[in-house]
Design a protein around this ligand. Structure first.
Ligand code: 13P
Ligand code: SF4
Length: 310
């Protein structure tokens, strides 16, 4: 990239010329969040992808999110600034192994958390996100048997909230399993007035301490609406940017990880940069490409989710 150009201005210009929209997840770096047309959680982002009138969607997030956008808007060009931006949770559930696992439970309905590949979605009956998982399970008949994957922590949380038993796939997110219970306790002692908020991908012993549990959008909303002046936040640290922007006088502290980790950054999310986003828009690549047959099979369970969440 020519170092003399103003990258933010150029992105705005290209966006207009090409009728493109930039959708960004809260875990993206601050510079990307600041130029996005829409910032949101996984549910909000898929709702936007389904209704956008843009010709090009630049998805500042990870691969499974851009795939979901492509499934919902197959005629659009969906660009991901770095095609290697994957997800440890999605990787923890290879579709061929899940297909075998599923064979053991032929009378079960399959709910998959959106953090999974398009092939996995194609193997499921209904998709969910962290903001609607409880609602979706509650919506099913009481005697419905359920397989839930790939996140064992979200699955356990949903079981607790709904009182249902579900067969869980044993997957997890590398970022949400690093939090240290001891260090969080020390921090809470130092900030007794602070609210402790956590994402449901965290482990059960961390969630047990939380004043609020919810998706990234839910957590952000809680910090805006709650009268507390300080918050200890157990999720990827990118969300702190919007929290601080929305409540400039409040204090936000990233929940401390264990001593093996330096921070709560998701290495996959942070692969995207403003420069890569500019290049993606300029060259219209890398593009998400999925077989039409997978798109068609994955569409139904996602649309079912969107109908319930409308
Ligand atoms: P939400 O933003 O939907 O809560 O998802 C969090 C996450 O881990 C995305 O990778
Ligand atoms: Fe995947 Fe976890 Fe990163 Fe979200 S934070 S993209 S679930 S690895």
């Amino acid at each position: 990239i020519d170092p003399s150009i103003d990258i933010v201005q150029e992105i705005a210009k290209l966006k207009k010329e090409k009728n493109a929209v930039i959708l960004a997840h809260y875990y993206q770096e601050s510079e990307i969040q600041d130029i996005a047309d829409y910032i949101g959680d996984s549910l909000g982002l898929s709702q936007q992808a389904a209704k956008t009138e843009a010709d090009i969607i630049v998805f500042a997030g990870v691969h499974f999110m851009a795939e979901t956008a492509k499934i919902l808007s197959p005629s659009k060009k969906v660009l991901l600034p770095d095609l290697k931006a994957g997800c440890s949770l999605s990787d923890s559930c290879p579709p061929h192994l899940f297909a075998k696992f599923k064979e053991n439970y032929p009378d079960h309905l399959v709910i998959t958390y959106v953090n999974c590949t398009a092939e996995l979605k194609a193997l499921s009956d209904i998709v969910c996100t962290s903001s609607n998982a409880v609602q979706i399970v509650n919506d099913l008949p009481k005697d419905q048997k359920i397989i839930f994957g790939p996140d064992r922590n979200l699955g356990a949380y949903v079981m607790k909230k709904t009182g249902r038993d579900m067969v869980l796939w044993n997957g997890a997110c590398m970022v949400h399993e690093i939090f240290s219970q001891d260090r969080i306790a020390q921090l809470r002692a130092a900030y007794p007035e602070a609210k402790f908020i956590a994402h449901p991908e965290c482990e059960e012993h961390i969630l047990a301490q939380a004043d609020y549990i919810g998706s990234t959008s839910g957590m952000l909303k809680y910090t805006i609406e709650n009268e507390a002046q300080s918050f200890i936040v157990a999720t990827e640290s990118g969300i702190l940017h919007q929290m601080q922007k929305s409540s400039p006088t409040k204090t936000f502290i990233a929940a401390p990880p264990n001593n093996l980790c330096a921070c709560n950054d998701c290495p996959h999310m942070k692969l995207n940069t403003l420069e890569k986003l500019y290049n993606a828009l300029y060259y219209e690549m890398p593009e998400i490409d999925l077989p039409m047959e997978v798109i068609q099979r994955a569409q139904k369970p996602i649309e079912r989710m969107l109908e319930i969440s409308a």
